[in-house]
Design a protein around this ligand. Structure first.
Ligand code: NAP
Length: 252
């Protein structure tokens, strides 16, 4: 096991964030499990603690600067200076462009882009002081373009540029920044999409799996495993990269 650090995972109440928080705790890190509502983090924290790990539930809206700054300071006080950050919190507001509202656009930009910016700005000073840091941003195969997701694909493509710039600015302080672009991962987010398009969850997953070269959909642990590598000591020469974790070379 590598050195024990303090990690923050946003949107960690469920799905990819919850699996990632559990994995980072298993890797030996103290984990701040951050989500909109502190009480929604209880399940993830309990699972980590039961496995002998160390976790703290933190409620904050990542798109709210004051809430983010207060949350990161509290984490630094309670767990120690955070040097691993996983910007995972996400929402979808899918609609074809002609039906997309300003609110659909602003909400998605607010959580993914503004949220990752605010979290990273607040956390980087602890990483710079420690001369070590790992930042992982959750992009998506939707960054390549996806019908009904003008807002989401723009935000996920934006996160790739954000990641590359972080790697350029922060590299000299021993900090790496990388993005993971998942394909279809079975979570509440994809389950909600199935519901919205009126297809049963089973059929929706089977349909997706048929298009994926490895012939299965992804699980949250597939992403958590990749985060584990990108936040390890050993990944220190990997920076500014976008890794598609999608069971194939790209889109799906
Ligand atoms: P999920 O199951 O919907 O979980 C997302 C979590 O983020 C929820 O707990 C949600 O809280 C939280 N969240 C939303 N807005 C927030 C905010 N403003 N501040 C703090 N937390 C907030 O999603 P997921 O499928 O695990 O996805 C995780 C990340 O991977 C997202 O960035 C997503 O875009 C990306 N991704 C997912 C897939 C996929 O196939 N699932 C593919 C590519 C990329 P509430 O429940 O309270 O809203």
């Amino acid at each position: 096991m590598g050195e024990s650090r303090v990690a923050i995972v946003t949107g960690a109440a469920r799905g990819i964030g919850a699996a990632t928080a559990q994995r980072l705790a298993k890797d030996g890190h103290a984990v701040a499990v951050l989500d909109l509502d502190e009480s929604s983090c209880a399940d993830t924290v309990t699972r980590i603690t039961k496995d002998g790990g160390h976790a703290l539930a933190v409620g904050a809206d990542v798109s709210d600067a004051d809430a983010v700054n207060a949350a990161v300071e509290r984490i630094a006080e309670v767990l120690g200076p955070p040097t691993i950050l996983v910007n995972n919190a996400g929402v979808t507001r899918d609609n074809l462009l002609f039906r997309m509202t300003e609110a659909d656009w602003d909400t998605v930009m607010g959580v993914h882009l503004r949220g990752s910016f605010l979290m990273t700005r607040a956390a980087q000073k602890h990483m710079v002081a420690a001369k070590w840091g790992r930042i992982v941003n959750l992009s998506s195969t939707s960054a390549l373009g996806n019908r009904g997701q003008a807002n989401y694909s723009t935000a996920k493509a934006g996160l790739q540029g954000f990641t590359r710039t972080l790697s350029v600015e922060l590299g000299q302080f021993g900090i790496t920044a990388n993005a993971i672009a998942p394909g279809f991962i079975a979570t509440e987010m994809t389950r909600a999409t199935a519901e919205r398009v009126g297809v049963s969850w089973e059929d929706f997953q089977q349909g997706a799996a048929a298009q994926i070269p490895v012939r299965r959909v992804g699980q949250p642990e597939d992403i958590a495993n990749t985060v584990s590598f990108l936040t390890s000591e050993e990944s220190g020469f990997v920076s500014g990269q976008v890794i598609y974790v999608s069971g194939g070379p790209g889109r799906r």
